[in-house]
Design a protein around this ligand. Structure first.
Ligand SMILES: Nc1ncnc2c1ncn2[C@@H]1O[C@H](COP(=O)(O)OP(=O)(O)OP(=O)(O)O)[C@@H](O)[C@H]1O
Length: 242
């Protein structure tokens, strides 16, 4: 078996007295997309934040998180990012008052040359809209900017939190296409509620239920099991196939 790129063992997160994650363990394969699923509020975002060192200061994280042989816990986020952990947060976090080009420039690093060619090949619109203020972009364009910014630098693993949330169906498809191409060269841990996108992109699935892992296996196997998706995710097969 190939070594996972990420392994999470017995991860426990408490925030403000709430035991949000209660011993979560899973691995992420070194290629392709692994999807992290679960109903609203089960702790998907909390899991990604713990991996990238962004648990709120009043939170407490226990367990082990490793990328390759390297332990990630207790390392500051900027070091993790420099070490090749790319994070695209749920709220996209683009700087609304800055232009597209300025948003990208902020991600440049002194020690490596930014891969503008790669980013503009994936997102020609970011090139065309370089002088537009990011705040005036559509939701889909902001999502492309948030992903493009991370791809300027080399990554060993990408964490992407609900990239299609709130987007129009046509834009959802565009974002899915881009992520599919991105995942050809870098493994992705994806939080995604749109099961058609999951079906298209994900090979492996990890399902959380109230702070614990309830199921792991092939994403397509999961989606074929109507009773399982209904009990774990609260949705029926119609939503999977659209
Ligand atoms: N900073 C915080 N302070 C208090 N509670 C928090 C904090 N962050 C998360 N929680 C709680 O932890 C639980 C898990 O939240 P999280 O955002 O990780 O869930 P999720 O699975 O990503 O949900 P969704 O699908 O709705 O985005 C929720 O009940 C949430 O209210």
């Amino acid at each position: 078996m190939t070594e996972p790129i990420l392994s999470v063992e017995d991860l426990s997160v408490r925030i403000a007295g709430l035991h949000i994650l209660q011993g979560v363990s899973f691995t992420v394969a070194p290629t392709g997309v692994t999807v992290l699923l679960g109903r609203n509020g089960v702790g998907k975002t909390t899991t990604l934040r713990a991996v990238v060192g962004l648990t709120p200061r009043n939170g407490e994280v226990r367990g082990a998180i490793r990328m390759g042989a390297q332990s990630l816990l207790a390392r500051p986020t900027h070091r993790l990012v420099r070490g090749g952990l790319g994070y695209v947060p749920e709220d996209r976090c683009v700087f609304a008052g800055l232009t597209v080009a300025e948003n990208l420039r902020l991600a440049e690093r002194r020690d490596t040359s930014p891969a503008y060619d790669k980013v503009y090949a994936l997102f020609p619109e970011l090139d065309r809209r370089g002088r537009q203020r990011a705040g005036s972009l559509s939701g889909g364009q902001q999502q492309m900017l948030a992903i493009g910014r991370v791809l300027l630098n080399d990554n060993r693993l990408l964490l992407v939190d609900e990239p299609t949330k709130g987007l129009a169906p046509k834009v959802v498809t565009e974002v899915a296409e881009v992520l599919e191409r991105v995942a050809d060269s870098v493994p992705v841990l994806l939080v995604e509620q749109n099961l058609a996108v999951v079906r298209r992109l994900a090979r492996d699935a990890v399902v959380l239920a109230v702070g614990k892992v309830a199921w792991t296996g092939g994403a397509r196997d999961l989606l074929l099991e109507t009773a399982l998706t209904r009990s774990l995710l609260g949705v029926g097969s119609a939503e999977v196939h659209h």
